[in-house]
Structure formats: structure tokens, C-alpha cells
Design a protein around this ligand. Structure first.
Ligand SMILES: [Zn+2]
Length: 193
């Protein structure tokens, strides 16, 4: 995937610079300059560059919205989320197409769209049955359903990998991540891995 030179996050423009040898740790985010820096050179692997870009997007959301998620948890979340986006070719652009199942690590997670009377709330994840369920009615809004799906994917990663992230913070993260994916037409599913 092509890394854009800037992205829109909320009402902010976040610049993205991809260059060689200017950072420690392969990626960084500076909240005072609204700047994501990614280390790259000719030998660098596309999967690493794209994964670090996703990690720094989550890092930027963490700073802008004061999310309580520590570095080890953020690294695991961004790595697993990257695997899910790439392996399942998920593209959260307009007109999202729901898959029947997704691969999370070595697990197959089933995805069901169900009528409101069969579910409490707009979505759920059951870690025993490896099952994501999304509320769908005739007048359900596509953007709501797609965002709920991203939310339940993060719920799945949280439970499978025992990540520590409170529900209100998870809700903010999925809403903003969805905005960033959709408004900037980011398609991590197109990464060649
Ligand atoms: Zn939830």
C-alpha cells in the first residue's frame, strides 16, 4: 500500500514522513508537530513499513484522545490488527462488505448479521464461540455497522491477547480509527505480504 503524505484525524492534518535513518525504533509520532515519521530504505519490507504506519496512527489517536493504553499493549494491538486487515483484505472504505468469517491469528471468527430483536446493543463478540454478531435492520446505516464491526474486531483482539484497555477507551479508539481509515481511504488489506 502507498503511504500517504498526510492523513486527516478529526479536524487535524497529520503529516507523514517516510525517510531513512532519522528515527529510533522505526517509527515515531510527535503530537506537537502532528507528525508521523516512518523509517524506510530500499531493503525495508513493505509489511514492516505499513505495520509501523498503523502503529503510529494508533499512537496519534492515543495522544489526541488521551487513551490509556500502554506501549506493550499498543504494539500487540497494532500487530494483530494489521494481520487481520491484511489476511482478510478488509477495506473500511464506503460500502463495506461484511465477510462471513475472518482469520484472527490461527482462529476462524464467524461474522453474523442479526435482527435487533436477536441482540442486545449494536454488536457483540463471544470469545467462546469465536463469533462476532452485528445488528442489522432495513434502515441500519452502513457506516454504523462497519464501525461496530471494527469495534468488535478490537474486542476480539483484546480478549484473545488479554490486552488491558477499558471499554470507553476502546470505543473511542474504534470510532477514530474508523474515521481515519474511511476519510483517508486507507486500505491495509492491499498490503503485499
Ligand atoms: Zn464493546
Amino acid at each position: 500500500m502507498k503511504i500517504p503524505n498526510h492523513i486527516k484525524m478529526g479536524a487535524h492534518k497529520i503529516n507523514v514522513s517516510v525517510s531513512q535513518g532519522n528515527i529510533e525504533g522505526f517509527g515515531s509520532y510527535s503530537d506537537c508537530y502532528n507528525l508521523i515519521k516512518i523509517e524506510s530504505d530500499v531493503d525495508y519490507q513493505e509489511s514492516n513499513t505499513a505495520q509501523i504506519f498503523l502503529r503510529e496512527i494508533i499512537e496519534a489517536i492515543k495522544f489526541k484522545y488521551a487513551l490509556s493504553i500502554d506501549q506493550p499493549n499498543l504494539i500487540v494491538l497494532s500487530e494483530v490488527l494489521f494481520q487481520i486487515l491484511v489476511d482478510n483484505k478488509l477495506n473500511f472504505g464506503k460500502g463495506f462488505i461484511f465477510p462471513e468469517s475472518i482469520k484472527v491469528g490461527a482462529h476462524k471468527i464467524d461474522v453474523e448479521l442479526v435482527l435487533p430483536r436477536n441482540i442486545t446493543g449494536s454488536g457483540s463478540y463471544n470469545n467462546y464461540y469465536n463469533l462476532i454478531r452485528i445488528e442489522k435492520d432495513f434502515d441500519s446505516q452502513e457506516s454504523n455497522m462497519a464501525e461496530v464491526f471494527l469495534h468488535e474486531i478490537i474486542e476480539c483482539v483484546k480478549l484473545k491477547y488479554e490486552l488491558s484497555i477499558d471499554h470507553p477507551h476502546l470505543t473511542v479508539l474504534s470510532e477514530i480509527l474508523f474515521q481515519v481509515f474511511r476519510d483517508n481511504k486507507l486500505n491495509f488489506g492491499k498490503c503485499l505480504v
